[in-house]
Write a protein that binds this ligand. Structure first.
Ligand SMILES: N[C@@H](CCC(=O)N[C@@H](CS)C(=O)NCC(=O)O)C(=O)O
Length: 227
């Protein structure tokens, strides 16, 4: 019997890593409580050490947060969810599709630094044209090619990368959000895929909450002056 789950997350406007497991759990109907620690807050300073062994978010707790069992880093959290809920299709059922899904997630997790630094997730903001440096555009081209190839080989008629929504799609939600904020030119396949991601129920719910947040985190705001 799985103990109650709590996901420790950061600000919804900015925390791209928190969004991934939150959306995956929400979309797959895995019950959990949310504990938000806002960046640069007293709550963060007082509680991050107790709630996160790495002092980063997200962290998944089984049982009492801070006392139960912690899994940290999004990749490990996704694998833990797959172990706890083998019937929920965290990954595609077909083994080659699953291998490709894991390849896409791993390659994004460990790379695409130019895209991540020039286009930090900022759901409530709109900066069309910002961050369109050549190295960022080259990464976008590489990533959208990986998407197109996965969809062509495994996606069937659906809107997602594989036959149904999976951890791979959750991984790319923040990318779709970045593209909505910075509006780089995208080919039609990539634009359609991003639209499908942004229209998922979990993403709409998260984005609605993100737009209500007012905190300004300077490290994530290269294109705005503090209010
Ligand atoms: N590789 C980690 C990255 C986690 C991460 O960098 N989280 C950011 C927020 S999105 C964080 O906690 N930043 C707080 C800090 O650096 O103090 C993962 O996949 O979970």
């Amino acid at each position: 019997m799985t103990q109650p789950l709590t996901l420790v997350i950061g600000n919804k406007n900015y925390s791209s890593w928190s969004l991934r497991p939150w959306a995956l759990m929400t979309e797959l109907g895995i019950p959990f409580a949310e504990r938000m620690l806002k960046f640069d807050s007293e709550d963060w300073d007082e509680n991050i050490a107790g709630l996160s062994p790495t002092r980063l978010v997200p962290v998944l707790w089984e049982g009492e947060p801070g006392q139960g069992f912690a899994t940290f880093d999004t990749s490990a959290i996704v694998e833990r969810l797959g172990d706890l809920y083998p019937d929920r299709r965290v990954w595609p059922a077909d083994d080659r599709a699953r291998a490709r899904a894991r390849s896409l997630v791993a390659t994004f997790h460990s790379g695409f630094a130019a895209l991540r630094s020039a286009m930090p997730m900022n759901i409530r903001s709109s900066y069309p044209g910002k961050g369109h440096e050549p190295e960022v555009m080259a990464e976008i081209d590489r990533l959208t090619t990986l998407w197109r190839d996965a969809r062509a080989e495994f996606g069937g008629e659906g809107s997602f990368l594989f036959d149904s929504y999976s951890a791979a799609d959750a991984c790319f939600l923040p990318v779709a959000s970045r593209f909505a904020t910075y509006e780089p030119p995208l080919d039609r396949d990539a634009a359609d895929y991003c639209r499908a991601l942004l229209e998922t129920k979990a993403m709409r719910e998260w984005s609605e909450a993100a737009r209500l947040e007012t905190e300004f985190v300077p490290e994530d705001e290269p294109y705005a002056d503090p209010p």
